[in-house]
Structure formats: C-alpha cells, structure tokens
Write a protein that binds this ligand. Structure first.
Ligand code: C2E
Ligand code: CA
Ligand code: CA
Ligand code: CA
Length: 280
C-alpha cells in the first residue's frame, strides 16, 4: 500500500477489507464458542516476593477454535468487546473462576490461592446488570467476596459515569478492585482519588525497565512509592527473570506475576504449586 502523507488510514485499503471480513468471521464463530465448549480458563499465579508462594491467581480466558487452533485473547477479546459478546463470555469466565476459587478454598484450606482475579472490560462495567451478576455469582458459588478481585483498566473508568458507579457498587459488595496495566493510561493518578482501588497492577513495560538505568526504572519506583503511601497492594506484571524479581523486591514490591514464576496454567496444575509454608 502507498504512503499518502499524514492520512495513515488510506494505507490500508484492501487489507482493511480483509481485516473486516476476518473480524466478521471471528465474531460469528465466537458467538457459538460458548455453546460449543470451545472456551476455557487458565490461571496464572500471583506470587509473594521473595518466597514465590502462590498468593492468588488471575483467570485468563482461552479459545480453542476447531480449525484455527488456539486464538489469542489479544485477537478475540477486542472482537467480543465490539460485538457485546464480552458480556456473556465475561459472566462465564467470572462464574468459572468463582467456582474454582471456592473449590480450592474447600480442598486446599489455608494453602488455597487466597485471591481470584478476573478481568472486566469497559463494556461489562457499562452493563446495568453487571453488579447483580457478580453478586449472584458470589452467592451461587459461595466464594467470599473479599477473595474476588475485579481487574479494570484506567480507560474503562476514565470518563466517570456508569462505569465508575459500577466499580463503586462492586467495592461496596466487598470485592477488591485492581487497576490493570497501571501507568499506561492518561489519568492514573487522578483516578486514585475518585475510584475505589485496592491493587495497582504495574504494566510489564515498566517491569521490563527495572534492570536498566535509574531513568528506565523510574516509573516502577514511583508506582511502588505511591502504593506504599496510599496503602495499596502493587503487583509487578510480566516478570520474566530472577534479576527483575530481585530488583523489584529492592524497589518495595511484594507481589509479582510472570513467566519467571509460572505461566497461565490449567486449574489442576495450580494445586501442586500451593505447597505448605516451610516449617523450619
Ligand atoms: P492482561 O489482563 O494484562 O493479562 C496479562 C497478560 O500477560 C496475559 O496474556 C498473560 O498470559 C501475559 N503474561 C503474564 N506473564 C507474562 C510474562 O512474564 N511475559 C509476557 N510476555 N506475558 C506475560 P493473555 O492471557 O494472552 O491475555 C491478554 C489480554 O487479554 C489480558 O491482558 C486481558 O486484557 C485480556 N483478557 C484475557 N482474559 C480475559 C477475560 O476473561 N476477560 C477480559 N475482559 N479480558 C481478558
Ligand atoms: Ca489483567
Ligand atoms: Ca495487565
Ligand atoms: Ca495488558
């Protein structure tokens, strides 16, 4: 395609149509994925630093498509958001995660991952029935509301309005609120005054900087200080090396998530990671 000055959109011409067709196909297939049992949930441990003990898990949805194979949520979540399918899909993920969390609490007792994190899209927060759905799911599954964390993005609640009302109502239920990809939006600090927040999830892009220069680690350092000052939990996301984990601890982080500790795993692989505290 031709570069036409500043109007970048015209570069796409035919590819845009191809994308549109691809998206329409994915949307049609996604609408059947739930009924056809093609979706499932993986759980990625959130661990303590320095010990690496499992403190919680984040539920991450997966789509095993009969012919396309595994489709990344990076591809299908935006389609689900645009079509509104994220509402039933999100409700399903929430229910799976709460059922699993309650089962771990029953079978693992004190060793169970204490917190279950579930992502919620802006589209879900705008749905008038979302708070009722969360409340009903907690009642039905028996999961203690204090053990559920809903992860939202700054952009979802940036404009205030219904999304922010929803978050406040969730907090009133006793559910914890995490700000996901913290630092990548444009309203991070102001939001901490208006929106009830318990956890800051520090975006991987800042975690990547912590083994670099003082300048590169400045944002991770600042977020740790903000979290401490406001008594919020801070989770460092996308930790891939032991060196990053060690530096994050020095910067005041006590919770981390990333491939260095564990990838997103099927529920059955979580229990063996929940070992008892060493009785030294
Ligand atoms: P997210 O909420 O920021 O989730 C973290 C993503 O980072 C996950 O990607 C996870 O697999 C990945 N990750 C974790 N540790 C590492 C690491 O050390 N290195 C690298 N490179 N990546 C790491 P995943 O599962 O592909 O999900 C992508 C995004 O899709 C999520 O980003 C979230 O925005 C969305 N998503 C996933 N499941 C759901 C869901 O059930 N509902 C909604 N609304 N969105 C979801
Ligand atoms: Ca998340
Ligand atoms: Ca994130
Ligand atoms: Ca992300």
């Amino acid at each position: 395609a031709k570069e036409l000055g500043k109007s970048r959109w015209v570069e796409y011409g035919p590819e845009l149509d191809a994308h549109a067709v691809e998206h329409a196909q994915i949307a049609a297939e996604l609408s059947q994925a739930l009924d056809r049992d093609e979706l499932y949930v993986l759980y990625q441990p959130i661990v303590g630093l320095p010990g690496g003990e499992v403190r919680g898990v984040e539920a991450l949805v997966r789509w095993r498509h009969p012919t396309r194979g595994l489709v990344s949520p990076v591809t299908f979540i935006p389609v689900a958001e645009r079509t509104g399918l994220i509402v039933p899909i999100g409700a399903w993920v929430l229910r799976q995660a709460c059922l699993q969390g309650a089962e771990w609490a029953r079978t693992l007792g004190a060793r169970a991952p204490w917190k279950i994190s579930v992502n919620a899209s802006a589209r879900q927060l705008l749905e008038p029935s979302f708070v009722a759905t969360v409340a009903a799911t907690l009642t039905e599954t028996g999961l203690d509301p204090a053990r559920l964390t809903i992860e939202i993005t700054e952009t979802a609640v940036f404009g205030g309005g219904r999304a922010l009302d929803t978050v406040r109502a969730l907090h009133t239920l006793g559910v914890k609120i995490a700000l996901d990809d913290f630092g990548t939006g444009h309203s991070s600090l102001g939001l901490l005054r208006t929106c009830p927040v318990d956890v800051l999830k520090v975006d991987k892009s800042f975690v990547d900087g912590v083994t670099g220069t003082v300048e590169q680690e400045a944002i991770a350092t600042s977020i740790s200080e903000i979290a401490q000052a406001l008594r919020l939990e801070a989770v460092a996301e996308g930790v891939e090396t032991a060196q990053q984990a060690a530096r994050l601890l020095e910067l005041g982080y006590h919770l981390a998530q990333g491939f260095h500790f564990a990838r997103p795993l099927p529920a059955a692989e979580i229990a063996p990671l929940c070992v008892p505290e060493p009785s030294l």
